[in-house]
Design a binder for this molecule. Structure first.
Ligand SMILES: [Zn+2]
Length: 111
């Protein structure tokens, strides 16, 4: 019994005391575990609205690069705003396809 309690204090990864180990503070591969959210927004916008791509596991340069790639592939306009991509029109299916072909995990959000 006493040994089980003792074991709970140890990190299962490095076998060090949890209070001293650094495993939990290290970033845990966010790019693989996080799914990109692809949604649509029509509120306050004229016409078809925009397709939004958020929760991107990329830095600002990466996001801008991806936005350019998507705009080129879809032949439509778009912007990068607050760390997310907005593509003009409803292109969710195409964008999900493109992102998946690039190796990203994608989650469709909203209706
Ligand atoms: Zn540890």
């Amino acid at each position: 019994m006493g040994q089980d309690n003792w074991r709970k204090l140890l990190c299962p990864k490095c076998k060090q005391l949890k209070s001293t180990c650094t495993c939990s503070t290290e970033p845990s591969v966010p790019s693989k575990s996080t799914a990109i959210r692809v949604g649509r927004e029509t509120k306050g916008r004229r016409g078809k609205g925009v397709t939004t791509v958020s929760d991107l596991p990329l830095d600002e340069n990466g996001i801008t690069e991806l936005a350019t790639k998507l705009k080129t592939r879809l032949g439509t306009g778009g912007t990068v705003k607050d760390g997310r991509i907005e593509i003009q029109g409803d292109h969710r299916d195409r964008i999900i396809q493109e992102l998946e072909s690039l190796g990203y995990r994608v989650k469709r959000a909203g209706g």
